[in-house]
Design a protein around this ligand. Sequence first.
Ligand SMILES: [Zn+2]
Length: 381
Amino acid sequence: MRPFSFNPGPRLISGEGSAARLAEVLPDGPCLFVTDKDLLGLGLTDACRSALEDGGRDIILFDSVEADPSKETLLAAVELGRRHDVTHVVGFGGGSPMDVAKLAAYLLGSGDELDSIWGVDIAKGPRLPLALVPTTAGTGSEATPISVITCEGGVKLAVNARPLVADWAALDASLTLGLPPHVTAATGIDAIVHAIEAYTSVRLKNPMSDALAREALKLLSANLLKAIEQPRDIEARSAMLLGAHLAGLAFASAPVGGVHALAYPLGGIHHLPHGLTNALMLRVVLQHNSDAARELYAELAPILAPECEGQGSQAKCATLIDRLDRMVVDSGLAPRLRDHGIPQEDVPMLAREAMKQQRLLVNNPCPIEEEDARRLYEAAW
Ligand SMILES: [Zn+2]
């Protein structure tokens, strides 16, 4: 067995009402509560905030997190927290509020400058106690040491460092019951891509991330369409939330690759949701990888299609790609770049931008050069 390292995630509290139970574990003192206006308006944060207040804490509410959160937003959250001398941070929402909360807790606790910590394992300081509550079954951000922030010119920069792993995560599937089908679809496909890319991550995959990725793919692929068709099916929603968390744990150790690298420019420049951009690039990147990753894709195929168990690896690999492609279509997402207003003339620029994601491209099972990227965007168009 190859030597490996594995990064454990946060302590987990799971089950209905678990977000409110964070009041039992978080420290006293003012709480920086990071969320967005939609979640606040829907009342989803009420039980958790009341429980924290009943415990005697002041809630310092920061609800201005947007999709693909900007550096300005993050720094505004940090400034608010500093002004109120908060003792801990709660991130409540999809990937965006959680990513802001993670870095806010770190910057408040360490006093570091944001521009000095971009990259892998550069942030080493202390952070404030941190709890995360995901309200989508997608990013798995509550499990990972990664925070992605949109900077000048739409470029996404990431901090990937151990101190960003939260102390606690609450998995409360009742918070996801109201998600509309297109959000359930896009975030669920994102989580599926996390599991697949972790399983084929060339440098850092290991027996722990493999086990998590397989279990994640099983939970997610068996429940995605159920959760879309029966939004209030709490069993399906719980399986999706756990699957997304397990996929997050997997890619925290075995980072994602080409699908994410080619998806990022679509989010950064055209502001499409992160999960959707992954769904759009999934089929073409897997096809590009299918020689290099054939055996690994073949190992995953029976999870989605048990009937292919006895087949050869080439047939299994084709089955996996076909099933995933069908799942994207069945989930109701329009599967082409042109369906989402991306002009074909943008292809060369998108390919150029994708080359900036070398931190992800190095994890892909085979190289993706700029001319490959151009071909893949064309194929996805
Ligand atoms: Zn993702």
